[in-house]
Design a protein around this ligand. Structure first.
Ligand SMILES: [Fe+2]
Ligand SMILES: [Fe+2]
Length: 217
């Protein structure tokens, strides 16, 4: 038995207000509020694009080439998120806000330049952690009332988690404290593997570090 009870009414409604495109009468949320929530996410992504791109150009020197490449990749992925969100705002009948003043005011994360490579990575990691927490909130908000937006946000969240994980790996590989001295290198997920690995001077640790810095390129 069909679960659609009132197909003739639905057909009639579909014929009316066709200029609303994908937006139908039974959209489960306040449309304006949904657009506001998405515009804040859009502002956050655009700030992330700018911050990562700045970090890409600011990271210079032979030792930071791999990390600069990582910044560029993240910048491009944040731009893709921004595009997806802007597209969805349009589908909902809203206006994607891209004015610099709006972006600066409504972004969840901040634009921080950082003063060293480690500092840049730390700021990026903080911004990713803010994005992760706010995307989780947004996913709960859209829930089953707007599954299309929820699924889009779930995909973006998975990518932000990946970004945060990569940054944490890189950050803890570069620095035990400031990142500006040739101190001991440390990987939080490898330090306790074997007693040998706990010494930064062991051959095995050196080999692991080499592999890690290669994989960052
Ligand atoms: Fe993003
Ligand atoms: Fe990200």
């Amino acid at each position: 038995m069909s679960i659609i009870k009132n197909i003739s009414e639905i057909r009639e409604r579909a014929r009316k207000k066709i200029e609303d495109g994908a937006m139908t009468n039974n959209y489960g949320l306040d449309k304006d509020q949904a657009v506001t929530v998405l515009n804040e996410a859009l502002a956050t992504e655009l700030v992330c694009v700018l911050r990562y791109r700045f970090h890409y150009f600011a990271a210079s020197g032979i030792n930071s080439a791999g990390i600069a490449q990582e910044f560029l990749e993240h910048a491009n992925e944040e731009q893709m998120h921004a595009d997806q969100i802007a597209e969805r705002i349009k589908q909902l009948g809203g206006k994607p806000e891209m004015s610099p003043a709006f972006i600066a005011k409504h972004s969840h994360s901040e634009y921080v330049e950082g003063t060293s490579l480690a500092d840049m990575m730390r700021e990026d990691l903080i911004a990713e952690r803010i994005a992760i927490e706010t995307y989780r909130e947004m996913i709960r908000y859209f829930g089953d009332k707007d599954p299309t937006t929820r699924r889009m946000l779930e995909e973006i969240l998975a990518k932000e988690e990946e970004h945060a994980d990569e940054l944490a790996d890189l950050l803890f590989a570069v620095t035990p404290s400031s990142g500006e001295e040739d101190g001991k290198l440390y990987f939080k997920d490898e330090a306790q593997a074997t007693a040998e690995n706990q010494s930064p001077d062991s051959d095995k640790t050196k080999a692991t570090l080499q592999g890690k810095s290669n994989s960052a390129k």
